[in-house]
Design a protein around this ligand. Structure first.
Ligand code: NAD
Ligand code: SER
Length: 318
């Protein structure tokens, strides 16, 4: 369980995960004990729910000042450039994804923060990794700049833990599906867009081929996994790089069929673009037996349950 005296800083709080994670953390720690921050403006869903500061994670001095001024004891670092956007500007992706993490880890060490959370991704895996039930430890040769930055980041986390005792924890998220805040430029974004398009247009042009299976997870499971990992006793954490976690695995054809169960006249067309190559380099499903063993991870949503929940909530929203 969370310690009430902790004060949490979420960096990248206006993004797809940040909004929901900030709201969940505010429930656990109290609204005023979770400071949301981002380079862009405060997300409307966060407004009035707690403190917000404008912050660039690349500006280490300003970040350090905020950590001291706000008496921060934990940081959740979500600011990053994702896979598809990263391929458009590899230097920027490498710079933000690496330097942002190193700034946070350095400050965590200097200020003796209680905990740091930083997500990795299934993008660490590459074409030479096993496609089905990809294990925690295996051949890892990523071919995107995003995947390279995540894999390097995992080892920086491990290094700061081993060398300086920083309690940094991490999950390799699968593609995340949610309805509250829009996704930020990933290869798995199709599985978010498809629901809104199905409701609005009754058709969707998919940028991946119909049989492209990828590991995916519904946001409520991802938030719960994050909090369960962060609240687990330190002694139970055997992986200090980043944990595999699994939710579900499906293809564009299968998600379309699950939507057709609710909207029978929904149609999908397939026009693969450069993101197909990225998707083809990743595994189709993930073995998360170590997360199950260490901190009891178990997903609650499958494709059928997620589709029903997504459509219901998007309808309420519109
Ligand atoms: P997102 O793009 O939706 O949000 C990232 C946020 O960071 C944005 O609000 C952006 O404005 C902010 N940001 C960018 N540069 C910044 C800077 N210099 N300083 C402060 N804030 C800055 O991303 P997301 O989907 O919420 O992902 C969060 C984390 O989870 C990332 O590390 C990402 O790699 C990881 N992840 C996400 C997924 C997914 O499917 N969404 C899957 C695997 C891993
Ligand atoms: N959803 C992310 C992406 O597609 C995976 O890390 O980039």
């Amino acid at each position: 369980m969370p310690a009430r005296k902790d004060k949490v800083l979420v960096i990248g709080a206006s993004g797809q995960i940040g909004v929901e994670l900030t709201l969940a953390l505010r429930k656990q720690y109290g609204n005023n004990n979770v400071v949301a921050s981002d380079l862009r403006e405060e997300n409307p869903l966060l407004k009035g729910t707690g403190p917000y500061v404008s912050l660039d994670v690349m500006n280490k001095e300003m970040l350090h000042v905020q950590v001291i001024r706000q008496n921060i004891t934990q940081i959740y670092l979500l600011a990053a450039i994702l896979s598809a956007t990263g391929e458009k500007n590899p230097n920027l992706a490498w710079h933000l994804n690496m330097q942002g993490l190193l700034n946070v880890l350095d400050i965590a060490r200097e200020e003796k923060l209680h905990k740091v959370y930083w997500p990795s991704s299934i993008a660490v895996f590459g074409p030479t990794s096993p496609k089905v039930n990809c294990p925690q430890k295996t051949v890892i040769e990523p071919t995107t700049v995003y995947g390279i930055s995540k894999y390097a980041g995992e080892f920086w986390c491990n290094y700061y833990h081993q060398r300086f005792g920083v309690d940094v924890r991490s999950i390799r998220y699968p593609g995340l599906i949610s309805y509250k805040s829009a996704p930020g430029g990933g290869t798995t974004d199709y599985a978010v867009e498809i629901y809104a398009e199905a409701l609005e247009q009754k058709k969707y042009n998919c940028f991946l081929k119909e049989d492209t299976y990828l590991p995916m997870m519904y946001m409520p499971d991802a938030i719960r996994a994050t909090l369960e990992l962060m609240h687990a006793p330190a002694a139970s954490i055997s992986v200090r790089t980043s944990y595999n976690v699994s939710g579900m695995s499906f293809s564009p054809k299968e998600i379309a069929e699950s939507i057709q169960d609710h909207i029978p006249d929904f149609t999908i067309q397939y026009k693969p673009d450069s993101r197909q190559q990225i998707a083809d380099s990743w595994p189709q499903s993930i073995d998360d037996s170590i997360a199950q063993k260490d901190w009891g991870w178990k997903p609650q949503y499958d494709l059928i349950k997620m589709t029903a929940d997504m459509l219901e909530n998007l309808q309420v929203k519109s």
